[in-house]
Design a protein around this ligand. Structure first.
Ligand SMILES: [Mn+2]
Length: 296
């Protein structure tokens, strides 16, 4: 039995199937964890959702595009998406009901791995982030019509305050877990910059350079940030001892066998690769994208 974490699929169903063939995935034995953004941008969101929903033993953390689908299903009038086939499918309601019951964050204390779509707020402890993720999960799962989901959209507030309540609180937590890349050392979130580390203004740092001490020894798997792995051609290094993005390769190569931060969105929907990380031995497996997948 093995556990694999798989990066952002974005509707790239064919690549997902090729990746599962490559790792000889056995649904009766193996467990799959997904970094979220299962849907949107790519060509086959509906097939991806139907497939993952049927898996016996999958862990899904929601990404911003998955939440986008929930909002669309609640009739929010967003225009810019590739989810028409999901919304028109006879099993749309079933798929959406399944999707809204997925997690925002998952921590396995035995494996000592944590998975989240985007990031962790630097001022939050492990206990805090688990509690906050659970608050959003309860909101998404509670039995209303999802119409309130539109209140999760927006970039404010950009600082955390424990006294935040209502939608401001839920919006902040959702933004951190599903959209965060950069923030300041004092905890101001930034949603303008999505490029490689170094492309941002100097006051902003990637969230993983400022992680709270309670995460010591825990490896954090995340997606969302395809630019981190851009330019890294060898996604399938046979003995992974470093994370797949450049600056941490430099930083950690000498010191650690198991990297603390594993950004595994290798940009399949942008024509690069889909990646799986085997948690038991930290080995990476990748398949190349078919072509440039993104539908404009
Ligand atoms: Mn994302």
């Amino acid at each position: 039995m093995s556990t694999y974490a798989i990066g952002d699929i974005h509707g790239c169903y064919d690549e997902l199937q090729r990746l599962l063939e490559l790792i000889a995935f056995d649904d009766a034995q193996d467990q799959l964890w997904f970094t979220g953004d299962l849907v949107n941008r790519g060509p086959q969101s509906l097939a991806v959702l139907r497939f993952i929903k049927r898996l016996k033993n999958a862990i899904v953390v929601l990404g911003n595009h998955d939440i986008h689908l929930l909002a669309l299903a609640a009739k929010d009038p967003f225009k810019d998406h590739t989810l028409q086939a999901v919304l028109a499918a006879p099993d749309c309601e079933e798929l959406v009901e399944w999707l809204r019951r997925q997690r925002l964050l998952y921590y396995d204390a035995t494996l000592n791995y944590l998975i989240v779509h985007a990031g962790i707020y630097p001022l939050w402890s492990l206990t805090q982030v688990r509690q906050y993720a659970a608050e959003v999960e309860s909101f998404l799962q509670c039995d209303h019509d999802l119409a309130n989901l539109r209140h999760l959209y927006g970039n404010e507030p950009d600082y955390w305050d424990e006294v935040l309540t209502g939608f401001e609180r839920l919006r902040f937590i959702t933004n951190v877990l599903t959209r965060l890349r950069f923030c300041t050392a004092t905890g101001k979130l930034d949603f303008k910059h999505a490029g490689k580390v170094g492309s941002q203004p100097p006051e902003y740092l990637p969230w993983f350079e400022m992680i709270h001490p309670t995460f010591k020894g825990i490896s954090i798997i995340f997606g969302h940030w395809a630019a981190l792995s851009a330019g890294q051609e060898n996604y399938s290094s046979a003995a992974l001892s470093v994370s797949p993005y450049n600056h941490l390769v430099e930083l950690k190569r000498e010191k650690v066998h198991r990297p603390q931060f594993l950004g595994i969105d290798t940009g399949c929907v942008w024509g690069r690769a889909l990646t799986a990380l085997r948690l038991e031995d930290h080995q990476m497996f990748s398949v190349s994208a078919n072509t440039k997948n993104v539908i404009s």
